[in-house]
Design a protein around this ligand. Structure first.
Ligand SMILES: Cc1cc2nc3c(=O)[nH]c(=O)nc-3n(C[C@H](O)[C@H](O)[C@H](O)COP(=O)(O)OP(=O)(O)OC[C@H]3O[C@@H](n4cnc5c(N)ncnc54)[C@H](O)[C@@H]3O)c2cc1C
Length: 403
């Protein structure tokens, strides 16, 4: 080890939603945090993010709820629609009854606004050190109850605890679990357009629209006070191969969407075709912790996005790990307690996200059976969602997986 290693308390690898939320949570509890981010600047890519009540509760605890919701849209319902026929399959009512039930609404926000609120909170706290262009490679527990962190440029840190918030391709996960990314064979294209371009009224009674079709789906909702319209198109590529990158092309997108109703085909014109987002997840892990090193967010539990819970669970992780660490006498025990509180629960969500994907994308007779099975769905039957949506602060029984 070099004598030049920088001594820090809690080191966080990754300045995305999970890393910054954790740094902010620690700072609000009066604890310093040191964040290392690989990118040359702290920032977010992509456009919209759906934030369920559990996410809003976490943001409230972090003191940034008002900032995040200032320009967010409060959809009145989430509607699942058959992408071929345009017929409604099921609706979740997100109105007053929903808000009364969970104590928080369901909102859609711009990712940049969410990230900026967390970053600003960290900066204003005076307790968070933010370093860019630092790619963390390894975190090694040492016999003296510290962790040696090594970055790609050779910089080293000695920390009391290390939190791996380095996303789906986490380097720190390699050191704890060592598993591989699981390709889904699905790819996403995203696009935001000014609402005026859409040609339909999408703001007076805002909704999250989920168009479900054979091996594809499309999500649409207004963003930023209704000024822009967010579109995410997802489809399965028949050309997938781990050996080349030439799969999930815009031509395949058009072919996949050709059998859909006009509203879905039109949305194809709103997408940016130059960036494709291949979808990966991870198997639910048996552990996220190695003594003084713990994983959170996508590093711990990257999931397919079909339940719109990856970011929300990352925020819940942040609240849980801060509560475990602050005031703890034994860091390793605190991190183990964080894992006990979260691992089984989030593993269930990872597994259910895959099942939701199967249900979204089912073809042939299965598609008709799915639609039929949901025909009497009650838009206010929230009991089935409680285990995911209920704020972390509520009793665990309200968050139990329904079996
Ligand atoms: C298409 C799509 C739609 C989604 N929709 C929703 C939704 O509606 N609602 C929801 O809740 N979730 C959604 N998600 C999931 C959500 O985006 C993620 O779960 C969330 O962004 C995870 O945050 P994170 O901080 O763990 O990881 P990331 O956001 O990936 O952040 C990781 C950070 O670590 C940095 N980094 C990476 N490696 C290193 C390293 N070695 N050293 C230092 N820094 C490093 C990265 O640059 C990045 O800044 C969606 C995901 C996708 C793909």
């Amino acid at each position: 080890m070099s004598g030049q290693a920088v001594r820090v308390g809690i080191l966080i690898a990754g300045g995305g939603i999970a890393g910054l939320a954790t740094a902010l949570g620690l700072a609000r509890a009066g604890t310093r945090a040191h964040v290392l981010e690989r990118a040359p600047e702290f920032g977010e890519v992509g456009a919209g993010i759906q934030l369920a009540p559990n996410a809003l509760s976490a943001l409230d605890q972090l003191g940034v709820l008002d900032k995040v919701t200032k320009d967010a849209v409060f959809p009145e319902r989430k509607v699942y629609i058959d992408a071929v026929t345009g017929a409604t399959i099921a609706t979740i009512d997100l109105g007053e009854e929903f808000v009364a039930h969970y104590g928080y609404p369901y909102v859609v926000a711009h990712r940049v606004d969410l990230h900026a609120a967390l970053l600003e909170g960290c900066r204003e706290s005076g307790l968070v050190t933010l370093e860019n262009s630092r790619e963390v490679l390894t975190a090694e527990n040492r016999p003296d109850d510290t962790v040696l962190v090594t970055c790609a440029d050779g910089t080293q840190y000695i920390a009391d605890a290390v939190i791996g918030a380095d996303g789906v391709r986490s380097k720190l996960r390699d050191g704890i679990i060592g598993d591989a990314l699981v390709p889904s064979r699905y790819v996403a294209y995203r696009g935001t357009v000014p609402t005026g371009v859409v040609g339909a009224d999408v703001t007076s009674s805002p909704a999250v629209l989920c168009w479900l079709g054979p091996n594809m789906h499309l999500i649409q909702y207004p963003l930023r006070g209704g000024r822009v319209y967010n579109n995410v198109a997802v489809f399965k590529s028949d050309r997938y191969s781990p050996d080349h990158d030439d799969w999930g092309t815009p031509e395949e997108l058009d072919a996949r969407f050709a059998g859909c109703c006009d509203a879905v085909q039109n949305a194809g014109t709103y997408l940016s075709r130059d960036i494709r987002w291949p979808m990966y997840d991870r198997e639910a892990a048996d552990t996220w912790v190695d003594r003084r090193v713990a994983l959170i967010g996508d590093a711990a539990h990257a999931m397919l996005q079909y339940l719109a819970q990856g970011g929300a669970q990352s925020l819940d992780d942040s609240v849980a790990i801060v509560e475990a660490l602050v005031g703890a006498e034994n860091v390793a025990s605190a991190l183990a307690a964080y894992q006990d509180r979260r691992l089984a629960h989030v593993g269930n969500i990872q597994r259910l996200a895959r099942v939701a994907g199967e249900l979204f994308h089912i073809e042939g007779i299965g598609r008709h059976l799915r639609n039929h099975a949901f025909k009497d769905h009650d838009p206010t039957a929230y009991a089935n969602l409680d285990w995911m949506f209920m704020p972390l602060a509520k009793a665990p029984t309200q968050r139990r997986y329904p079996v």
